[in-house]
Design a protein around this ligand. Structure first.
Ligand SMILES: *Cc1c(COP(=O)(O)O)cnc(C)c1O
Length: 357
C-alpha cells in the first residue's frame, strides 16, 4: 500500500522541535560551553571506554554515577535519577505527573520543551505569563495553584531565555502551599551558584533538574539528572526507557563528575565574559539587555529578526525569539569564547549603530 493512515490527532498541529542548528563561524545559539573537555580528561575517558563491554546492556539506572552524584549532594542513591539529557527527564515528569485530564502549570516565556512534552502526553498546560520584565508573577502563580487542580509545575532557574533566577522564598512558599510536584529546572545553576537543593529535605514535592550539557561541556553526550524524594524517583523510574543512558555515556559522566572541580575556574571566566558582554551591550542605543545569571543574554532590539539575519550573514548565529509571544524583538546570545564574543559584539554593534536595518 502506498498510503498511510494519519498519525495520532494531537500531532496534527504540532511542529517538531527545531534547535535552529545552522553552521556558523561563531555558534552562539544553543548555550553550549564554547570549550571542549581537556586533553587529559579525554585520555581518561578513552582509557575507560576502551575497557567497556559493548555487547552487554548497560546498568539501566547508572548506579555508579548515581552513587557519585548522591554522595556529592549528601543524598541517597534512590534520590537521584540519571537521564538521556535533562530533556528525557523533563519528558518523564509529564509522563508520570501529567497525561490526559491532568494539568501542568507553566510560566512562559520559558523553555519550549515543557509545553512540547505536555502536548505529546495530552497534558493540559495552564500558563501563568511572566510580567513585562519577564520575571515570574508570583502572586498570580500562588493564586492559580490555590485552586487545587494543578498536578505539576515547572520553573526554570535561571530561566531560559530571560536568565533570571527564581526567588527562593517564592519557591519555599509554593512548595508549602501546594502538593503539586514542582520541578525546578537548574540546567544553568552552576553559573548562578544558587540552588533550591536546601529545600529538598523539607519538601517531598520538589524535583531539581541538573544537566552535564552546559557548564560541564557534555552537550554531545546527553546526560542529565534529577534530585528528588525517593517516592518521586520511584514513579519516574516507572515511566523511563530502561536503557536510555548508554554505557559509554555513563562512563563519560562518571569521569567528568569525578573531575568536576577542574571546571570551576572556567565557569567563573564565563561569568566574567557574560558581565563584560552585558556592559558593552547596555551602552548601545535602542538595545535593552536582561540581567542574566546564566551563560547567555537576552537582548531586546527593534528589528530583531532582520538583525538576526544580518548577523548570520556575517558568520554569527544567535537564537531568534522574535516570533515567540512575549519575546517580540528578542534575540538570545550564548556567552562564547572571547573571540566569538568579540566577533558577535563587533558585528552586532555595526548592524545596530550603522542603521543597517
Ligand atoms: C539545556 C537545557 C536543559 C537540558 O538540556 P539537556 O542537554 O537535555 O540536558 C534543560 N532545561 C533548560 C532550560 C535548558 O536550557
Amino acid at each position: 500500500m502506498n498510503i498511510v493512515r494519519a498519525a495520532a490527532p494531537h500531532l496534527e498541529d504540532m511542529v517538531a522541535y527545531d534547535p535552529q542548528y545552522l553552521p556558523a563561524k561563531a555558534f552562539l545559539s544553543a548555550n553550549e560551553n564554547a570549550r571542549d573537555i581537556s586533553e587529559s580528561l579525554r585520555d581518561m575517558i578513552a582509557e575507560k571506554v576502551a575497557l567497556t563491554p559493548f555487547n552487554r546492556y548497560p546498568d539501566p539506572l547508572a548506579n555508579d554515577l548515581r552513587d557519585q552524584i548522591a554522595c556529592a549532594y549528601g543524598l541517597e542513591r534512590d534520590q537521584v535519577l540519571v537521564g538521556n539529557g535533562g530533556d528525557e527527564l523533563l519528558f518523564n515528569l509529564v509522563l508520570a505527573w501529567g497525561g490526559p485530564g491532568r494539568k501542568l502549570l507553566n510560566v512562559p516565556p520559558t523553555f519550549s520543551v515543557y509545553t512540547h512534552n505536555a502536548t505529546l502526553t495530552g497534558t493540559e498546560v495552564v500558563n501563568v505569563r511572566r510580567r513585562e520584565d519577564l520575571t515570574i508573577d508570583e502572586e498570580a502563580v500562588l493564586e492559580r495553584v490555590s485552586q487545587g487542580d494543578i498536578d505539576c509545575i515547572v520553573i526554570a532557574s535561571p530561566n531560559n531565555p530571560s536568565g533570571d533566577l527564581v526567588d527562593q522564598r517564592f519557591i519555599r512558599r509554593l512548595l508549602s502551599e501546594t502538593d503539586a510536584l514542582v520541578l525546578v529546572d537548574e540546567a544553568y545553576y552552576e553559573f548562578a551558584d544558587v540552588s533550591t537543593l536546601p529545600l529538598l529535605s523539607e519538601h517531598k514535592n520538589l524535583v531539581i533538574l541538573h544537566t552535564f550539557s552546559k557548564a560541564y561541556r557534555l552537550a554531545a553526550v546527553r546526560l542529565g539528572y534529577v534530585l528528588a524524594h525517593v517516592d518521586v524517583v520511584k514513579e519516574l523510574i516507572k515511566v523511563r526507557q530502561p536503557y536510555s543512558v548508554d554505557r559509554v555515556s555513563q562512563v563519560i559522566g562518571s569521569c567528568v563528575f569525578e573531575r568536576r572541580a577542574e571546571f570551576v575556574q572556567e565557569i567563573d571566566e564565563i561569568i566574567e565574559r557574560r558581565e563584560s558582554l552585558y556592559a558593552s551591550l547596555i551602552r548601545l542605543n535602542r538595545v535593552q539587555v536582561y540581567p542574566s545569571d546564566a551563560n547567555y543574554l537576552l537582548i531586546k532590539v527593534e528589528g530583531a529578526h532582520e538583525i538576526w539575519e544580518k548577523l548570520y550573514e556575517r558568520g554569527v548565529l544567535v537564537r531568534d525569539f522574535s516570533s515567540t509571544p512575549g519575546l517580540e524583538n528578542c534575540l538570545r546570545v550564548s556567552v562564547g569564547s572571547p573571540e566569538e564574543n568579540a566577533l558577535f559584539l563587533k558585528e552586532f554593534t555595526t548592524i545596530v549603530q550603522g542603521d543597517l536595518i
